[in-house]
Design a protein around this ligand. Structure first.
Ligand code: C5P
Length: 309
């Protein structure tokens, strides 16, 4: 029996989420900058002798059935390896809020691919793991290596960037009673903005190039990032808790920028450093409690899934 393999699975926020248009496969063509943060789940994977795959979790409201991305990832990896007798018992320690726009489920799935590749000694390269991840979800390939990356296509075409200034801090706010369906958010976006979508590859590529060239990716003298999330415009007006979270964050002393992450409902504000974010969260705690919102203070991190010692 080999020793259990433990990995961390960090959440992400979208520093930029631009909806360019509609693809022939029905997905949206996107231009994004994704950023890993130090709010992480943990997976522990152990071999089983009988070839079964099973999942347990420390929160009751998450399905540990066959629909969970962790088990879907495990089955896909085993199938592609050709070793159908491989089995694993996987335990998930959940810290990232569920249905939050933070890619918690995607990061868990990516973590399962990385951990089981190691546990089973399969030797798949990172690029092969990312391709498997793309078969399971649009945000999943980013979660494998994480850090700061441009994500194009439906999110799976990755172009890594220099890590952003590491000392930036972030306050994250989410209503634990609310989650937003990603298909709904994109459906609403199409309904409201579809007439203005770009329609050809040359126009998509022009926007991608603008993002590659954007100087805001490297903050100079405290001037940071015009954050952008096109889904915020369609989700916020119909989701009071998003409006509430944004209002709280925008009123915080010292915040640089705030925005919704992914399809919501989490929202975040950037601060010049982690201490500023810690202080701001302290300042906000009573107000958040009154509104029934949860808050976290986080740092940006330059990596995705990581094996633990
Ligand atoms: O790939 P993922 O399972 O995360 O996507 C969930 C849903 O979000 C898709 O079924 C689709 O409705 C929408 N989506 C989209 N365009 C993308 C990513 C997701 O329309 N680029």
């Amino acid at each position: 029996m080999t020793a259990p393999v433990r990995v961390t699975a960090p959440a992400k926020v979208n520093l930029h989420l631009e909806v360019l248009g509609l693809r022939s496969d029905g997905f949206h063509e996107l231009a994004m900058v994704m950023q890993s943060i130090d709010l992480s789940d943990e997976l522990c994977c152990e071999n089983t002798a009988d070839g079964t795959l099973s999942l347990s979790c420390d929160v009751p409201d998450l399905s540990c059935g066959d629909d969970n991305l962790i088990l879907r990832a495990a089955r896909l990896l085993r199938e592609r390896s050709g070793f159908n007798e491989l089995g694993a018992q996987i335990h998930l320690s959940k810290r990232i809020p569920i249905g939050a726009g933070l890619a918690g489920g995607s990061s868990d799935g990516a973590a399962a691919l990385v951990a089981l590749n190691h546990l089973w000694g399969l030797g798949f390269e990172v690029s092969q793991i990312e391709r498997l991840a793309a078969d399971l979800g649009s945000d999943m390939p980013f979660c494998v290596s994480g850090g700061t990356q441009l994500c194009f296509g439906r999110g799976e075409q990755l172009e890594p960037l220099q890590p952003l200034e590491a000392q930036l801090g972030l306050v994250l706010v989410k209503d634990p009673r609310v989650s937003v369906s990603t298909p709904w958010a994109y459906g609403e976006c199409r309904r409201q903005r579809g007439d203005h979508y770009l329609i050809d590859e040359a126009s998509f590529e022009q926007r991608r190039q603008l993002l590659r060239d954007a100087s805001w990716l490297c903050p100079i003298g405290g001037e940071v990032l015009p954050l952008r999330n096109d889904l915020q415009e369609v989700v916020a007006p119909q989701t009071p808790s998003v409006q509430m979270a944004l209002e709280c964050l925008q009123a915080l002393p010292g915040q640089l920028q705030s925005a919704m992450s992914g399809s919501g409902p989490s929202c975040f504000a950037l601060f010049p450093d982690r201490t500023g974010a810690d202080r701001a969260l302290q300042h906000l705690e009573a107000e958040l409690q009154g509104l029934g919102l949860c808050g976290w203070s986080c740092s940006l991190i330059p990596h995705g899934v990581k094996l633990m010692a």
